[in-house]
Design a protein. Structure first.
Length: 124
């Protein structure tokens, strides 16, 4: 008797977890971007050599329930560019010198586990 009740309960749970149609769909759409995607810092423009970057993101559909994380900013060319992680100026990039190739600007944060795409900064 115990075995048949246990089997019935397991079968019922199995049917309930399958849902209608017997399959689950993964229609998750996550966007995680740094804006602007590309920027130019020019010492002859105002405000001189400063570019403000920010993160934008969204999740819709059947997405994993991973927490979003706040990341830190970094640059691939710390000799010619810097980017702030300080309160009040978070994401503010400064051109310290002229870049020969665009610097990659990154943020280590995530939206539902997906990392942000890098942006580029060219300094003139």
């Amino acid at each position: 008797m115990k075995t048949s009740v246990l089997c019935s309960a397991m079968i019922s749970l199995s049917v309930l977890s399958t849902g209608c149609g017997g399959t689950s769909s993964n229609n998750c759409i996550i966007t995680a971007n740094i804006t602007p995607a590309s920027a130019i810092g020019d010492h002859s423009s105002s405000p001189a050599n400063l570019v403000q970057f920010s993160t934008t993101g969204s999740a819709s559909g059947n997405c994993p329930m991973r927490p979003d994380t706040v990341g830190t900013w970094s640059t691939s060319d710390p000799g010619n560019t810097s980017i702030s992680n300080q309160a009040g100026t978070v994401g503010l990039a400064t051109c310290l010198g002229t870049t020969t190739t665009p610097a990659a600007i990154s943020n280590s944060g995530t939206i539902r586990g997906k990392g942000f795409t890098s942006a580029t900064l060219t300094c003139r």
